[in-house]
Design a binder for this molecule. Structure first.
Ligand code: HEC
Ligand SMILES: [Cu+2]
Length: 480
């Protein structure tokens, strides 16, 4: 639920007045129009050199959006996106905060800003039922980077559904200039299904209580910072990352592969630490990390609690372009992005799931492409070309095309021991994959339709048959 929908959605912050001390020096009251930027964007630095009254309009909006391709979730948001708009003010500003609750919403909402000194961070003063607006004022007294979030009961559910964002209070002199600034926020999603299952998902209280998210993502969506969403910079530039962790449960271990964070302000505070590798960011915490990029290539931002990265979504990319820098790094420059592997790898198959409606061949191929993209691609690669010596190719595989039904057993039960594909012997392990009958039929039909393969079609009946009667085909191993 990110940048694609409303990349530059803008909320107004108007300067409508000045503190007495400021207006003494001021002349005519300046009218400033600033924006609450949406991730990964950050509002421009404050150039004002004195405090002001800043009016903020932020609207709570409940809306269905994408948690991943083909996977929807009923998000609750600040400003229509997850994370909510990034608010940037200056130390000493008086913030007049208007929280609106969209009339089409069903829930009351409020806001707790960690930058606020006062009860509940503003929560009690800002509670608004659908169709109402609450207004309160506070002084941005202490510089730093702060999380804000909804704090309406059940609090955890409002946070888990996406109601959070970051607020930066700049010190009077501003932050030191950099070339790029990015806004990234980590959050968990607890659903009524498993990672990668298409459809409209719902919040699972059971999993939230058990602290077992299906998704851990950056900026509200699997892949928000991958491919066209990747962060970009050029060799020689300096980058500042504003990283927040919404939780609601898990501490983040923020790491950027191939980079050292030069200057870090732990918990968004005032004293920098130099030369860090992995940043601990608690739920409800944030960090400012600055670094120079010296070598071109694709860098990967992860939660280094690594299953969250490769299997639950917490991966993003920073693409650095520019001339090579052999003094610092002389190896091959990687252009490859890390791929999400998903959570379906298991040792034992589960019973068939049955999605009823018969799909057209085009629909089945489309489903198959998705299953491939979240399951097989991690090993067999984007165009089925495999990895020499490790993962056999599916593209033009004589082994596959000679006996497509044998492949059903391979996906169901895994494969180990020597296998000859296009004249080369592979001897590795493919784990059994926890996929339903339909998905296995779709993915094999898809694979067989691609990359010079035979075009054979695999039906769910054949898959069911193979599952129920694995010994019917001697090439399929017996289940344990
Ligand atoms: C974790 C890595 C991994 C994943 C994920 C994976 N495979 Fe494999 N696959 C392998 C390995 C390794 C082999 C070779 C096993 C051996 O040497 O016995 C293999 C072999 C095969 C073969 C037979 C050899 C060939 O090239 O024709 C087929 C067919 C196949 N996989 C299909 C799939 C499909 C379809 C998926 C997704 C639903 C999938 N695999 C997911 C690792 C994987
Ligand atoms: Cu709320």
């Amino acid at each position: 639920m990110c940048c694609s929908m409303r990349p530059t959605a803008v909320l107004l912050i108007a300067l409508i007045g000045m503190t007495p001390a400021a207006s003494a020096q001021a002349g005519p009251v300046p009218v400033d129009t600033a924006v609450l930027a949406f991730a990964p964007r950050v509002p421009l630095p404050i150039t004002r050199r004195r405090p002001a009254r800043v009016v903020v309009l932020l609207e709570a909006e409940e809306r269905v959006g994408n948690l991943d391709a083909g996977i929807e979730y009923p998000f609750w948001t600040f400003g229509g996106q997850v994370p909510g708009g990034f608010l940037r003010v200056r130390q000493g500003d008086l913030v007049e905060f208007h929280l609106r609750n969209h009339p089409a919403n069903r829930m009351p909402h409020n806001i707790d800003l960690h930058a606020v000194t006062g009860p509940g961070g503003g929560a009690a003063s800002s509670l608004a039922p659908p169709g109402r607006e609450a207004v309160f004022e506070f002084q941005a007294a202490a510089p730093g980077l702060y999380v804000y979030h909804c704090a309406t009961a059940p609090v955890g559910m409002h946070v888990a559904n996406g109601m959070y964002g970051l607020m930066l209070v700049e010190p009077p002199g501003g932050l030191r200039p950099v070339n790029r600034e990015f806004y990234v926020m980590q959050g968990e999603f607890y659903t009524d299904s498993v990672f990668g299952e298409p459809g409209l998902r719902r919040f699972s209280m059971e999993k939230a209580l058990a602290e077992r998210p299906d998704y851990v993502v950056f900026n509200g969506e699997v892949g928000a910072l991958v491919g066209p969403g990747a962060l970009t910079a050029r060799v020689g530039e300096t980058v500042r990352l504003f990283f927040g962790n919404a939780g609601p449960n898990l501490a983040a271990s923020v790491h950027l592969t191939g980079e050292v964070f030069d200057r870090v302000f732990p918990d968004g505070g005032q004293t920098p630490t130099v030369g860090l590798q992995t940043l601990s960011v608690p739920p409800g915490g944030a960090v400012i990390a600055e670094f120079a990029v010296e070598v071109p290539g694709t860098y990967t931002l992860v939660d280094h609690a690594i299953f969250r990265a490769f299997n639950k979504g917490a991966v993003g990319n920073l693409r650095v372009e520019g001339p090579a820098n052999p003094k610092i790094y002389a190896g091959r420059v990687s252009e490859e992005v890390y791929l999400i592997e998903g959570g379906v790898i298991q040792t034992m198959p589960t019973p068939a799931d049955s999605a009823a409606r018969a799909l057209t061949l085009t629909e089945r191929l489309d489903r198959g492409r998705r299953v491939y993209g979240r399951t097989c691609i991690a090993c067999h690669q984007a165009n089925g070309q495999g990895v020499p010596g490790t993962f056999p190719p599916l593209a033009g595989s004589d082994f596959l095309n000679d006996n497509p039904r044998r492949a059903i057993g391979i996906v169901l039960n895994g494969l180990t021991g020597p296998v000859v594909v296009k004249g080369t012997t592979y001897n590795a392990v493919m784990p059994a994959l926890r996929l339903g009958d339909d998905d296995i039929a779709y993915v094999l039909t898809y694979v067989l339709s691609q990359w010079g393969n035979s075009g054979a079609v695999v039906s769910r009946e054949e898959v069911r048959h193979a599952r129920l009667c694995p010994w019917c085909d001697a090439s399929v191993p017996m289940p344990r």
